[in-house]
Structures are given as C-alpha cells and as structure tokens.
Design a protein around this ligand. Structure first.
Ligand SMILES: Cc1cc2nc3c(=O)[nH]c(=O)nc-3n(C[C@H](O)[C@H](O)[C@H](O)COP(=O)(O)OP(=O)(O)OC[C@H]3O[C@@H](n4cnc5c(N)ncnc54)[C@H](O)[C@@H]3O)c2cc1C
Length: 416
C-alpha cells in the first residue's frame, strides 16, 4: 500500500519504520527541515513504564485549589483561551475520578510495556547512537510523600518490577543525592526496567535507517489538506500540489487537531507546555541514573559522557515571558543542586508543548474515513509509547488484528 505519514516527530518516524518493515511504500511529510522538531525535540528522554500514570488523577482539583489558596507555585493556564480549552479542562476533571484514572493508567501502562518490548527487541538502532541507557529510573519523594497504593497496585497487577527505597538505600544507589541540597528526598521508587535516551537523536538515526530501507522523506513540506472522496481518503495537498495515496497516518502531534478538523474530527488535544534545559561539556560528577522528582515535577537524564538534561512543569497552553523566566530559574536551581558541576555552563533552553488529551491516552486506529489512521495525542508519554503505537498502527493498516485492542484510543471516545 502507498502510505503517507504526516509528521516526523518520534511517533511519525517510528510509524514509518514499522510500515516499511511490513512491506508498505512509505512517504513521510513534515513541515520542518529535520526529524523531531516539535514536542520530540528536547524532552526528558525517559522511557518510563514505571511512571506512566494518567495526569488526570484523583484529588488533582483539590490539590491545585489548595496550592492557589496557599499562593504556592502551581500549573498555570495560559492562552489560547477558548471554548476548546474550557471543554478540555472539563473533560480532564471528569477523567480524574479514581475509576477513570485507574482505567486510563492501565491502558497507558499496557502501551508503555509493549513499547519497551518492541523498542529493545529491535536491535537495529544502537543505544549509543541516541545516548541511551537501560539501568532503571528513580522516582523521588519528599518527606510525607510516597507512591500511592493505587499506583503500586497497578504496577503489581502488570508485573512491573519496582523497589521502594528508604533514605539510605536511595543514596546507596544514587550518590548524587547525598549532598545536603538533596536532603529533602526521603523515599524513592526504583524501576530497574525503565530507561532513557535522547528522543531526537533516536528519531534522527531511525529516519536515516528508514531512508536506507526506502522510506521517502519530504522535509519543509507542510500538509495543507487531507483529501477525501465521500468516506474514502484519497491523498494530500502539500506545498500547493496534490498527491494520491492509499492510506494516511496522521502523526502530526499538536497540529493533528487542526489538520483533521475540516474532515469533521473534533480531537481533544491541547498544548501543555514543559520547559527543558540541556547542558553539555560537564566535567566532574553527574547523577548515575535518570529520574523524576515527583514533588518538584522535574525530570532529568544524564545523556552520554558529559550531558545532562532537566525538564519540568506543566502549564496548560502557552507561557508568557514572565512565567518562562520563572520556570527556567526553578529548573536551573534544581539542576545545580543535583549536579553542581554544571555551574558555569550555559544550559540550552527550550519550551515544548505536549499534545495532551484529557485522559492522557493517544488517539489510535482507523478514523471515520477509509484509509485514514490516527497516531497522535501522546501527551507526556510520546517517547515511552511511540514504538508500540507505531507497531499497532502498522498492524491495523496491514489488515492484522492489533496486539492490543485499539477501542480505548478511538478518535470519537467520550471524555465526559
Ligand atoms: C518538556 C517535555 C518533556 C517530555 N518528557 C518526556 C519523557 O521524558 N518521556 C516521554 O515519553 N515523553 C516526554 N514528553 C512527551 C513527548 O515529547 C511527546 O509526547 C512526543 O514528542 C510527541 O511526539 P509526536 O511525534 O506525536 O509529536 P511531535 O514531536 O510534535 O511531531 C509532530 C510533527 O508533525 C509535524 N507536523 C505537524 N503538522 C504538520 C502538517 N500539517 N504538515 C506537515 N508536518 C506537520 C511537525 O512539524 C512535527 O515534526 C515530554 C514533552 C515535553 C514538552
């Protein structure tokens, strides 16, 4: 089949590789000049089935209200202010009941586990090529905080390996936490099967290999329109010219919503901004493991020999300059506390938008037009889920039963 993939982020590129492996003729179109130019560009790099729980969690509304009242720093809601934003927030709140959270997190974990299996069983992209490491991730908690019983239950139910570490064991595993600046971390959860790697480097290497196998990449090619005849997808209009294809995978991240709207799709994907600070040329010591401080909402990865990346925060919509400054200043001070040897180095700043759905799950599978498929809306977990959602998409296009049922990820699922 002649398939066009719209979008060359981590999701689109993984999809292209899976499609070519299954014998299709594949063209990838992206508005940017190179792979992973939007949300996949400088993410934390965590491949984290051990903590892929839905952000719409029980108690989130009261926790946020409490933070507002106490004047604590909390997620902000920025422009664009619109009916779509209001609908998205309402759906997010609806998804935060214990039952919905559990169901959504269970589906996310299924995708993340399948993704890890595929990612590490296909050996053609070497760990070293994307500064990857498979030695587990640490999730840190301050005094009075701990993973919830429901989270642990979900991990146990899915046979996910984890260890709860006390203060001493935590510092035994990660000596960087022995510094007085990190004294507040009291408990940790270690997930030895989790991993990390630079998603952009991975996408670049995967694109190179895909091209060698025959995938055609069209860069600087904005897809303006998807063409249909009745209920049948027929092709795309890009750079003013139309081109026919048998099938299309929309892997356009945050822009999938705009691209599909004229065809009658009403996707609930909203931008949720995160902040990223990358250092290189670090001389001296760095943390051994990647991890997340759940209290600070900050994640990090020690890429390669001398790099560190710190990312964090979740502001709905786009930040203004004042908020941006504050977020980077908080990231910088966290980074210096965990890794003092970055002092004196200039971190590279980036603000990215997670393509978030209210339930934290992507849109997958067939659309309402024959030949049109969705693989978008991966939110905070696109790198963790990309290999699985690519495989599932290719399976459906090839007419096979998908390894995991795609019913929970339908384009027309109801969030309210
Ligand atoms: C700060 C931050 C930290 C994160 N950390 C992690 C993490 O540690 N682990 C994890 O799993 N996930 C993480 N994420 C989430 C992850 O980065 C995203 O879920 C993932 O990158 C989404 O990938 P994508 O390919 O769907 O979208 P994108 O990477 O945004 O790719 C979409 C592509 O489509 C192209 N495009 C859009 N519209 C068109 C069009 N009309 N025509 C042509 N091309 C088009 C764009 O140019 C773009 O290249 C993080 C995100 C952020 C912002």
């Amino acid at each position: 089949m002649r398939v066009v993939v719209v979008g060359a982020g981590i999701v689109g590129i993984c999809t292209a590789i899976e499609l070519i492996r299954q014998g299709h003729q594949v063209t990838v179109m992206d508005a940017a000049a190179r792979p992973a130019s939007q949300a996949s560009r400088a993410n934390a790099g965590l491949l984290s089935p051990g903590h892929c729980f839905s952000w719409a969690e029980p108690g989130i509304v009261s926790a946020l209200a409490c933070a507002y009242i106490k004047g604590q720093d909390r997620p902000r809601i920025g422009a664009p202010y619109s009916v779509a934003l209001f609908k998205w927030l309402r759906a997010f709140v609806t998804q935060s009941t214990p039952e919905n959270w559990k169901r959504n997190s269970r589906y996310a974990l299924q995708l993340a586990q399948l993704s890890r299996k595929i990612h590490f069983s296909t050996q053609d992209i070497a760990l070293a090529s994307y500064a990857g490491a498979r030695d587990g991730l640490l999730y840190l908690y301050k005094q009075g905080e701990a993973p919830s019983a429901a989270e642990l239950e979900l991990l146990e139910e899915a046979d996910e390996v984890f260890q709860i570490l006390d203060r001493t064991a935590l510092r035994g595993l990660e000596p960087a936490l022995s510094r007085s600046e990190c004294d507040r971390f009291e408990t940790g959860m270690y997930c030895p099967m989790d991993a990390y790697g630079d998603a952009r480097l991975y996408a670049t290497e995967a694109a190179r290999q895909a091209e060698l196998r025959g995938v055609v990449f069209k860069w600087n090619t904005h897809v303006e329109k998807l063409l249909v005849r009745g209920a049948q997808f027929t092709g795309v209009v890009a750079a003013g010219e139309s081109e026919s294809f048998d099938a299309c995978v929309v892997a356009a991240g945050i822009d999938a919503k705009t691209l599909l709207r004229p065809l009658g799709y009403d996707l609930m994907i909203h931008p949720v901004s995160g902040y990223s600070l990358s250092y290189q040329g670090i001389r001296g010591s760095r943390p051994h493991h990647g991890g997340v401080s759940l209290s600070d909402k900050i994640a990090w990865s020690p890429f390669g020999e001398d790099r560190m990346r710190f990312t964090g925060f979740a502001d709905v919509g786009y930040p203004n300059a004042t908020l941006e400054r504050r977020r980077f200043s908080a990231l910088e001070s966290f980074a210096q506390n965990l890794c003092p040897d970055i002092r004196g180095l200039q971190g590279e700043r980036w603000v990215g938008q997670r393509p978030m759905t209210p339930d934290g799950l992507p849109y997958l599978g067939a659309g309402m037009h024959v030949g049109l498929f969705l693989n978008c809306g991966h939110g905070a977990m696109g790198w963790t889920m990309a290999a699985a959602t690519a495989r599932l998409t290719a399976e459906v296009i090839s007419g096979c039963n998908p390894t995991i049922s795609l019913a929970p990820f339908r384009y027309d699922r109801d969030f309210c």
